[in-house]
Design a protein around this ligand. Structure first.
Ligand code: CMP
Length: 143
């Protein structure tokens, strides 16, 4: 299994509840290395640009407003099979449908306010990491 990187966003609802540290600890316990992490208050341009793929969806406006509401933590995670493993640890998009013990089950409130984001493919992980950590902000190796 290849070592991969993926992008995590701890969303405003979880940061407001002061669960960012608990979520990062859960990720480390699940075997992820946190290669980079920063707290940001997203601008409209940053939120709309990040979720541009969802622009035509009816919930786009609500999603952008939510992501701008208060600060988020964006983080680069690394481990074997990181994209799929992080999606497993996050749980289903709708916290009501997420498995017990997953981040969204533990900390998410609704499909709109679901505590965390994760890249859905390795290709998108590369794009999303570069969106928030341009240039050489993330070290080329974990060591
Ligand atoms: P995320 O993994 O960040 O990717 C897109 C986000 O859109 C998703 O998590 C949800 O938070 C949000 N989303 C998906 N479906 C809905 C919906 N029906 N209503 C509001 N937000 C949604």
């Amino acid at each position: 299994m290849a070592v991969e990187r993926t992008l995590s966003i701890i969303k405003p609802d979880a940061v407001e509840k002061k669960k960012a540290g608990a979520i990062l600890a859960l990720l480390e316990d699940a075997g992820f290395s946190i290669l980079a992490c920063k707290r940001m208050h997203l601008t409209r341009q940053q939120a709309e640009g990040f979720y541009a793929v969802h622009k035509a969806r009816p919930f786009f406006g609500e999603l952008v407003e939510f992501m701008m509401r208060s600060p988020v933590f964006v983080a680069v995670l690394e481990r074997e099979d990181a994209v799929a493993q992080y999606r497993k640890v996050m749980g289903a998009t709708d916290p009501a449908k997420a498995d017990d013990g997953t981040i969204r089950k533990l900390y998410g409130g609704s499909v709109g306010e679901n505590a965390v984001h994760g890249s859905d493919s390795l290709d998108n992980a590369k794009i999303e990491i570069a969106y928030f950590f341009p240039g050489n902000e993330v070290a080329p190796s974990a060591g």
